[in-house]
Write a protein that binds this ligand. Structure first.
Ligand code: HEM
Length: 244
């Protein structure tokens, strides 16, 4: 094990722990936050099944964004779907034997890398070119976009310009998962890609990116429009009712 391999092994253990505990805590926090009012964004489904379908359309197709802003939808959807495919393609580094569906999507995963970067480029350009959006953009908005873009570009750089030993990468990550540390291939592009990924994992739970689990807890989206059929009573309000 070289010094760099040991440092990266420690870094990824810290990053994985921060991501799992941090995100776990955020989800717990979202789940215990009271939703005292019945406020589904109408027109809304009137049944729980309807809500499940609405949420699925929202998460997979970004339905409400499509209806409100076509430009942001195009870039946002392109980025997120690209990211999803890219991450699915990366599962080959963490599974042995590689699952069949992961093997099958490999070719699409490469194009998805370009879609992801193009989408991010569009979303970032908007923060400079649209005056109203530029005005409300904070440093963290720019930083998260820059971080994701740099991860995508460094990945494409390795794929097309300066190859790394991907079998060695897999040995390193399988080693981490089995608590049996193995050396990481020495490659500047890989060092950059992995350092940025670890950084993303560490800041994720404290950043705006928690909207990923957060969308499921949005009362405007996850409530059924049935206030006449069912009385909306939060558990803490029920306790107060019982006391009085
Ligand atoms: C947020 C997480 C990540 C994102 C967004 C990301 C993005 C990308 C992209 C867009 C590519 C180019 C297209 C491709 O080959 O799929 C790529 C390549 C690559 N990524 Fe990642 N990556 C992430 C995490 C990781 C992790 C955790 C590893 C370590 C296992 C890794 C290792 C690699 C390697 C070795 C390549 C080059 C593939 C090749 O040469 O065929 N990436 N990444």
């Amino acid at each position: 094990m070289t010094v760099a391999s040991t440092l990266y092994a420690i870094l990824f253990n810290v990053a994985a722990l921060t991501l799992v505990i941090g995100l776990g805590y955020k989800i717990y926090d979202f789940a215990r936050t009271p939703a005292p009012l019945k406020i589904p964004t109408t027109p809304a489904p009137t049944t729980r099944t309807g809500v499940v379908f609405r949420m699925a359309r929202e998460v997979v197709l970004f339905e409400s964004l499509f209806k409100s802003n076509l430009w942001i939808w195009i870039f946002g959807w392109m980025f997120h779907m690209g990211l999803f495919l890219v991450l699915a393609r990366h599962l080959r580094y963490f599974t042995e034997p590689v699952w069949t569906w992961v093997a099958l999507i490999q070719p699409f995963g490469i194009y998805a890398g370009f879609a992801m970067v193009a989408g991010l480029g569009g979303l970032w350009a908007r923060r400079f070119l649209v005056e109203r959006i530029k005005y409300i953009s904070t440093p963290s908005d720019h930083l998260m976009l820059a971080l994701l873009l740099a991860i995508g570009v460094s990945g494409l750089f390795m794929k097309f310009l300066s190859h790394t030993d991907i079998v060695g990468v897999k040995v390193f990550f399988l080693g981490l998962m089995r608590f049996d540390w193995q050396p990481l291939p020495e490659h500047p592009g890989l060092y950059v890609h992995l350092f940025l990924v670890a950084l993303l994992m560490i800041v994720f739970p404290f950043s705006k990116l928690v909207h990923a689990p957060g969308v499921f807890f949005s009362p405007g989206r996850n409530q059924a429009d049935d206030p006449r059929e069912r009385r909306h009573l939060a558990p803490w309000a029920a306790e107060l009712d019982a006391k009085s």
